[in-house]
Design a binder for this molecule. Structure first.
Ligand SMILES: [Fe+2]
Ligand SMILES: [Fe+2]
Length: 314
């Protein structure tokens, strides 16, 4: 309860803030459903950034040159930073970071299904930058206008870094495509494996996306999954042509009436399988995260002891 305002007044104030396109800030009253949806979305996003360090992190020691290693290190470190901004944003809603991490490790909170696929060659680093970070940008640019202030502001900085991620990936692929036939084959093979999972990053189709309507009404989300997916396809086709790779979809063709590319049916059963824990690398990713968390326990204890000591002497 804030001052003498009734719950109804608070609700009206909240609805008006949303209607005026103003931001909801941490100290504002929000309906419980809004808070829960926001915490779930931000946590899932934060977990994706942290788990997303693994598939590419696996190639840091095997990068083909010092330059590629430096770029990849910087990129993977950026993802750690994204996770930290986002956990901080979730904390402004009263969530506890340790609790969120525990939920991830216990499989009670999800992360993006895309990170459950393996990285089989160095071309995957390029394709992840181009397609996975590219899809993330499509998703996240509209989130810079999300109604929750701390999330929207975190997204502005994250999007700037994501655009570097996408460009480093594309530049790497351009270099490989100018290389030997074997290198070009590696790129095509990576594109074949990542194209469809990248389309799945936008989530289930609109008719099967129960949270979309609510999130749109609260202006947490600004576009539907299918709208964003279409935008991504339209953006990627000319980029694939410039690169000289084929996107693995025989139904992909320009539709002049719609002013968009048509594309083939997505295998939604695969998405469901991977989300429910049965992707190629789910167990490995979570196990690795659990081990990193346990190995880091002494750091957290030392930091907490140091903070307590400082409080005492203050
Ligand atoms: Fe990121
Ligand atoms: Fe990224």
């Amino acid at each position: 309860m804030t001052g003498t305002l009734s719950e109804e007044d608070l609700e009206t104030h909240f609805e008006r803030t949303i209607a005026r396109d103003q931001r909801i800030e941490p100290r504002d009253w929000v309906p419980e459903g809004y808070r829960k949806t926001m915490v779930r979305q931000i946590a899932q996003h934060a977990h994706s950034e942290i788990i997303g360090m693994q598939p590419e992190g696996a190639w840091i020691t095997r990068a083909p040159s010092l330059r590629r290693k430096a770029i990849l290190l910087a990129k993977v470190q950026d993802e750690a930073g994204h996770g930290l901004y986002l956990y901080s944003a979730a904390e402004t809603l009263g969530a506890d970071r340790a609790d969120l991490t525990q939920k991830l490790i216990d499989g009670k909170q999800k992360y993006s299904s895309i990170f459950n696929y393996p990285t089989l060659s160095f071309a995957d680093v390029g394709v992840i930058g181009w397609l996975v970070d590219g899809a993330a940008i499509c998703n996240q640019v509209p989130l810079c206008r999300s109604s929750f202030g701390p999330y929207a502001r975190a997204m502005i900085r994250i999007c700037k870094e994501e655009s570097f991620h996408q460009r480093q990936g594309y530049e790497l692929l351009m270099t490989m495509m100018r290389g030997t036939p074997a290198q070009r084959e590696m790129v095509q093979d990576a594109v074949n494996r990542w194209w469809w999972p990248s389309l799945m990053m936008f989530g289930p189709p609109d008719h099967d996306s129960p949270n979309t309507e609510r999130s749109m009404a609260w202006k947490i989300k600004r576009h539907t999954n299918d709208e964003l997916r279409q935008r991504f396809v339209d953006m990627s086709v000319p980029q694939a042509e410039a690169l000289g790779v084929t996107l693995p979809d025989p139904d992909l063709k320009w539709n002049a009436d719609r002013g968009h590319y048509d594309f083939g049916e997505i295998d939604w059963s695969e998405l469901k399988r991977v989300i429910s824990g049965d992707g190629p690398c789910n167990a490995e990713r979570v196990e690795r995260r659990r081990k990193a968390h346990e190995d880091g326990a002494w750091v957290r204890e030392a930091a907490a002891a140091y903070a307590a000591k400082r409080r005492e002497s203050a």
